[in-house]
Design a protein around this ligand. Structure first.
Ligand code: SAH
Length: 402
């Protein structure tokens, strides 16, 4: 059954790869993918549907296009061919995000701000990133301007935009020097606050202009609470929260655990994590700014007593050396959250060689209408030889551990 009516540009835009399926079919497709990939894993739980199937994104990214007559429109960047599809309203964004995108296009015409043209390498505004707190409804607008252009977004532009939308609490401009749409390291607050605040499972978290925060806020609560349930934490546990970003998982887990150590390599994310722990009066957590592999080696030599580990690496997965050190530190339980089943399977295969038995897996639909699946696998240390071998797929062989 086709369901293209939800979006007027789904035929042109490749952001939604499953736009030809209704939501129930998408879930079946994703559960089936999980079943095929994890085919001999003991227990595959049912995929958790997204609480919102449309307008679920707390972050929107627009680029802009200018017609020959000078008319500027918001557009969605297509990474496959570096083009942009004009879009007055993406169905995965909230309506508020789409409204700000349209108004920014209008103000660009008024203030003569040219959209950046990637092919000709000309123009000013590379992208507009909007971040929205689902708790308060407040929004941050981040203008990513080309590093070579003299003129960025002016205060007059920012003031006019903020006056139009009362929920816009922060307007930030940054310059990008690389050939990217993402913000550079030089933010300037033109209006309002430096951060937004959102809640996950009743705890408060700051969102900075460039920090990682899961995109689908309501489904993130399901993802994190299941990951923490899978670890069956008690006050006896010392938990390693690896690839911790702004400390979200570790802070939520700290309510159940005795102690949490969060490790993350991005300095700004660690600063936000410390702020987050303070905001929530959490004291049984410490933050380490380091490469997970190097830190794990250190723990190994310190003979650290880690009883549980929650891993949430980026798409590339964990390094072989990290996993080997982790298995020598020997936590009883490992919970592995992933947005890439290929690298997750590769890493699970190594962990199962090191004596960890995968007990169960569960999929989470974090991105309805797209092909992406987030999966959690729970493993426990097993001395016997009858643990489950992870099946090898030819696709996995292409993504070798570092
Ligand atoms: N658990 C967090 C963040 C997950 S994103 C959350 O749910 O919000 C993955 C994080 O891993 C990013 O913050 C990235 O900076 C970090 N990272 C990537 N490679 C790393 C490494 N080698 N060592 C430590 N952190 C790393």
């Amino acid at each position: 059954m086709s369901d293209k009516s939800y979006c007027s540009v789904s035929k042109k835009c490749n952001g939604c790869q499953l736009s030809n399926m209704d939501y129930q079919r998408q879930l079946k497709y994703k559960q089936n993918e999980m079943r095929i990939r994890f085919n001999r894993l003991l227990n595959l739980e049912k995929i958790t549907p997204s609480p919102l199937t449309l307008h679920y994104r707390n972050k929107a990214q627009f680029v802009f296009r200018e017609d020959k007559d000078g008319k500027i429109s918001p557009a969605i960047y297509q990474s496959s061919d570096r083009t942009a599809v004009k879009c007055r309203g993406c169905a995965l964004h909230t309506e508020k995000q789409n409204a700000v995108g349209l108004e920014v296009a209008r103000l660009m015409e008024k203030y003569r701000i040219k959209p950046y043209d990637m092919h000709r390498e000309r123009g000013t505004l590379r992208s507009l990133i909007l971040r929205e707190s689902f708790e308060s409804g407040n929004m941050m607008a981040v203008f990513v301007c080309d590093g070579r252009s003299k003129f960025g977004i002016s205060e007059a532009f920012a003031t006019e935009l903020s006056e139009k939308f009362s929920y816009l609490k922060s307007i930030i401009t940054t310059k990008s020097t690389s050939n990217k749409l993402t913000p550079g390291d030089n933010p300037k607050v033109l209006f309002g606050e430096e951060h937004l605040i959102d809640t996950l499972l009743s705890l408060r978290f700051v969102i900075s202009y460039n920090s990682f925060f899961q995109i689908n806020t309501r489904q993130t609560e399901n993802l994190y609470s299941t990951a923490i349930d899978f670890a069956s934490l008690t006050k006896e546990d010392t938990v390693l929260d690896a690839y911790s970003g702004t400390g979200t998982i570790g802070i939520i887990a700290s309510e159940k655990a005795g102690k949490v150590i969060s490790v993350e390599q991005n300095e700004n994310a660690v600063k936000d994590a410390i702020l987050n722990a303070k905001l929530n009066n959490i004291e049984n957590i410490s933050f380490v700014c380091d490469d997970s592999e190097r830190y794990m080696k250190k723990l190994e030599h310190e003979d650290a007593k880690i009883t549980a580990a929650i891993l949430d690496p980026p798409r590339a997965g964990c390094s072989k050396s990290f996993l080997m050190s982790l298995s020598r530190v020997a936590p009883k339980k490992i919970v592995y959250i992933s947005c890439n089943i290929d690298t997750q399977l590769r890493d699970l295969r190594l962990l199962s060689k090191c004596g960890y038995k995968p007990l169960k897996a569960q999929g989470f639909d974090m991105f309805p209408y797209t092909k992406h699946i987030e999966s959690i696998v729970c493993l426990s240390r097993d001395k016997s030889d009858d643990y489950v071998r992870i099946p090898v797929h030819t696709k996995d062989l292409q993504t070798k551990a570092n």
